[in-house]
Design a protein around this ligand. Structure first.
Ligand code: GAR
Length: 218
């Protein structure tokens, strides 16, 4: 079992070459696709070196394979030992020596073993303006509450449910005739841009986290 890496509070973690990014997904993978497309462009400063899923056969895995990116599946079976699953996920990710981990629609909470290795350099994206509407159903809960502005948040993963340091956010108007699906799709348009721009910033700039706020130093 690899030794846990120290948790950095500053970046970029690697000065040599593009930052190595492992992306975790559970489904369609449109966020992943946006990242793959961005990485293919010149000067992005990051490359996706592996894609992991907790679910086999999802469209996101096919997107990774089409891009020539190695994939792995790490399912959590009902009743399985959660700590063992978490340590296994850490090991599957560590095998690709990432500088950054991106949780892009990964519908599982990572645990202490994973965070000991990758805390402070794992970003997640959520389809709501955190701290409002955390959890599995951000757009549904925002719509049910009757908000007029919804949006997306990219943040650093910590031990809570969508409680980590906020890196960036983008808002969208809620329309009177929105359904959960239409609102989520409109959020995902801005969410993809947010994830791409934040990954680029983390990979190419110097940054630190002070009192829950990210400071971009260069
Ligand atoms: C995204 O909207 C992401 O924020 C959400 O799943 C979608 C994945 O879309 N994640 C969560 O709600 C996590 N709480 P994709 O599979 O098309 O990239």
């Amino acid at each position: 079992m690899p030794e846990p890496a120290p948790t950095p509070t500053t970046g970029p973690p690697s000065a040599d070459g593009p930052a190595r990014v492992v992306v975790l997904i559970s489904g369609t993978g449109t966020l992943l696709q946006a990242l793959l497309d961005a990485c293919a462009g010149p000067g992005f400063g990051a490359q996706v070196v592996a894609v992991g899923s907790d679910r086999p056969g999802v469209a996101g895995l096919a997107r990774a394979e089409a891009a020539g990116v190695p994939t792995f599946v790490h399912p959590l079976s009902p009743g399985a030992d959660r700590a063992a699953w978490d340590a296994g996920l850490r090991d599957r990710v560590a095998a690709h020596a990432p500088d950054l981990v991106v949780s892009a629609g990964f519908m599982k909470l990572v645990g202490p073993a994973f965070l000991a290795a990758f805390g402070g350099r794992t970003l997640n994206t959520h389809p709501a303006l955190l701290p409002a509407f955390p959890g599995m159903h951000g757009p549904r809960d925002a719509l049910a509450h009757g908000v007029k502005v919804a949006g997306a948040t990219v943040f650093l993963v910590d031990e809570g449910v969508d409680t980590g340091v906020i890196l960036d956010q983008a808002a969208v108007r809620v329309h009177d005739d929105d359904t959960v699906a239409s609102l989520h799709e409109r959020i995902k348009v801005v969410e993809r841009d947010l994830l791409v721009s934040t990954t680029h910033q983390l990979a190419t700039r110097t940054w630190q986290v002070v009192d829950r706020k990210v400071r971009w130093d260069s």
